[in-house]
Design a protein around this ligand. Structure first.
Ligand code: ADP
Ligand code: MG
Length: 332
């Protein structure tokens, strides 16, 4: 059954790395999704800029973000279209918040509201614009020079085609679906609305994702679906970790199941496949035991001709293998 089940998964791009996952899946109550790269494509693009001097803003932001690997950073670098980058000194990454560094004698801070608050940079007239960008689902980066804001950059990341339908099917099957992200509440809500996910846990620092999973595990078994370097601890912590195969190697290494295609329909299929496989295993166990419990005493009592007994033994194995193969016909 396991061989047939894994084979069926493999055909659909579902790689089951840990066999136990098949058994655990039937107990799952809650499915938690990372946002960026899991529900969304993870290739954000700059879609809105608000600044008095857009060229200077992009030149500063592009030079800074060149030093960061974050997807939003890449979007900004691409948009800035710089041929020559400014010199950045003392560059540092503030995980889950943004970046800081010096250009000339100015201190540049780029990141979210939390980073601005931490540096006592007031948002002033930008506040309303930020809310507008975020309500459209754009992750908004604030660019500040010393304590003064130069402008804001809105980055949007489109939802994957199949995310909506996958989440709908999971909701219909009665699972509790949750989205978790380092992004803020407004952006998270906007994306959650597009995919009709019930619950949102926003503003989670990278190192806290696995803690949130642990809390959710108090009310039942949890699947976590993620793609990023940040997601590896949560993938390990969850009862079943499903890694997006188009994501980072570190996430793939941490997953119990890997979805080679990156589509969330794979989550629905993994759950259905695991249930079907496990049911077949149970049926096989029943028939194998039942058969032997009845037939062995008969044989001992001398009521069965040894040749017939031999045949019956073979038939028992064939029935189990046949039943396992019937699994192939199941719709997942
Ligand atoms: P996610 O869970 O969506 O992948 P992260 O925890 O990586 O988010 O980051 C959270 C937030 O921190 C981002 O939405 C962004 O606002 C800000 N941020 C992170 N890295 C950068 C960066 N290099 N430049 C600007 N902002 C950043
Ligand atoms: Mg991600």
């Amino acid at each position: 059954s396991l061989t047939v089940g894994s084979g069926m998964g493999a055909k659909r791009g579902i790689l089951i790395r840990k066999g136990e996952a098949i058994q655990t899946m039937k107990e799952i109550k809650t499915i938690v999704f990372d946002k960026t790269g899991t529900i969304t494509k993870g290739i954000p693009e700059v879609s809105d800029i608000y600044s008095k001097d857009e060229r200077t803003l992009l030149s500063i932001a592009g030079s800074m973000e060149k030093l960061s690997e974050h997807p939003v950073a890449k979007a900004i670098v691409k948009k800035s279209n710089l041929k020559r980058f400014r010199d950045v000194k003392n560059f540092k990454i503030v995980r889950g918040m943004g970046v800081q560094g010096n250009i000339g004698n100015k201190k540049i801070t780029i990141g979210n509201e939390a980073l601005m608050n931490a540096n006592k940079i007031s948002l002033k007239e930008f506040e309303k614009k930020i809310v507008k960008f975020e309500e459209k689902g754009q992750t908004t980066m604030i660019v500040a020079e010393n304590k003064k804001i130069l402008g804001i950059i809105g980055v949007s990341d489109t939802v994957k085609d199949e995310s909506v339908s996958a989440i709908r099917q999971l909701n219909e099957q009665g699972y509790r679906t949750i989205m978790i992200t380092g992004d803020n509440e407004r952006v998270a809500r906007a994306i959650a609305k597009q995919v009709r996910i019930n619950e949102v846990i926003a503003r989670v620092l990278p190192e806290d994702k696995s803690k949130k999973i642990m809390e959710l595990q108090k009310s039942g078994m949890v699947v976590f679906v993620g793609d990023g370097i940040n997601d590896a601890p949560a993938l390990k912590q969850a009862n079943v970790g499903i890694a997006i195969g188009t994501g980072t190697d570190i996430a793939i290494e941490a997953g119990d199941i890997v979805l080679a295609k990156g589509s969330l329909i794979g989550v629905v299929q993994s759950l259905n496949l695991s249930k079907a496989t496990f049911n077949t295993i149970k049926q096989n166990l029943f028939w194998a035991f039942f058969y032997n419990v009845v037939a062995i005493p008969l044989a001992i009592a001398g009521l069965v001709n040894p040749v017939i007994a031999e045949l019956a033994m073979a038939l028992s194995s064939i029935s189990v293998v046949t039943n396992a193969n019937l699994l192939r016909g199941k719709k997942i």
